[in-house]
Design a binder for this molecule. Sequence first.
Ligand SMILES: C=C(O[C@@H]1C=C(C(=O)O)C=C[C@H]1O)C(=O)O
Length: 271
Amino acid sequence: MSYILGVPRYANTAPLYHFLEEGEGLVFRYGVPTELNRWLLEGEVDLSLVSSYFYLKNADRLRPLPDFSVADLGPVYSVNLFHRKPWSELRHIALTTESATSVRLLHYLLERDGLEVRYTHEQGGLELLERYDGVLLIGDRALSTYVGLLSIVPESVHQIPVQPGGVFVSDLSMRWFTHTRLPFVFAVWATRSHEPPPAEVVRRLRVARSLGLGNLAAVAGTEAQRLNVPERLMQHYLWNFRYHLEAPDRLGLEAFASAVGLRYPNCFWEV
Ligand SMILES: C=C(O[C@@H]1C=C(C(=O)O)C=C[C@H]1O)C(=O)O
């Protein structure tokens, strides 16, 4: 019987999967985070990336690997609210259907600022700004949309315009950082809590991650071509991530649990 790994189709997880091969008992099932979340609970996949918020909400049924995350400290560049009105004037926002974590993070950040906002789940891109004050996008689509607004790729991140193409880009992870000074964990890897991950599968995942991070230029080259974004920008995007769920990331995850009123279990597989 094969062991089924839930695999997202985002550039930000490519360093983890680029060098991972199917076979020898391992098969991949591809999906966006909201699909992977559901499949893991329903038993359609055995070990998967899950949105951190989904994990926290289902912590009695899921248990994460101790050292895998999609996290960052400060800007992430691909979890963006695009808006034309200033942040304080936002009233109606269109939400991506792909994400659990960033949707909850956005609610939290707006509530914290005392804003009452209506939300509608709707697929699309910047064209939604004709009908909404803001549109929340994540992953490849958020990154491509952001890059599409830049007329040049600046030499320094400090030269990125605040309002490229007349559109505000609010990076939710940066907002979280400004407020907490902590990393933000978007995703972890988990299994159902009564089904420990096979050590050999975890070993293969770790080897693949070492190869991916050790050969980041190659991974970035492939992803840059796939998404048609400049290679230099893709490299910066990828090396900015924190993939090991280290102590600061766990503090960030704990702070997020507390911010959204959930218990932080602090319980990981020993593998
Ligand atoms: C940072 C990102 O991380 C992703 C965001 C997720 C979420 O918001 O639920 C889930 C998985 C991550 O791969 C992104 O896609 O931009």
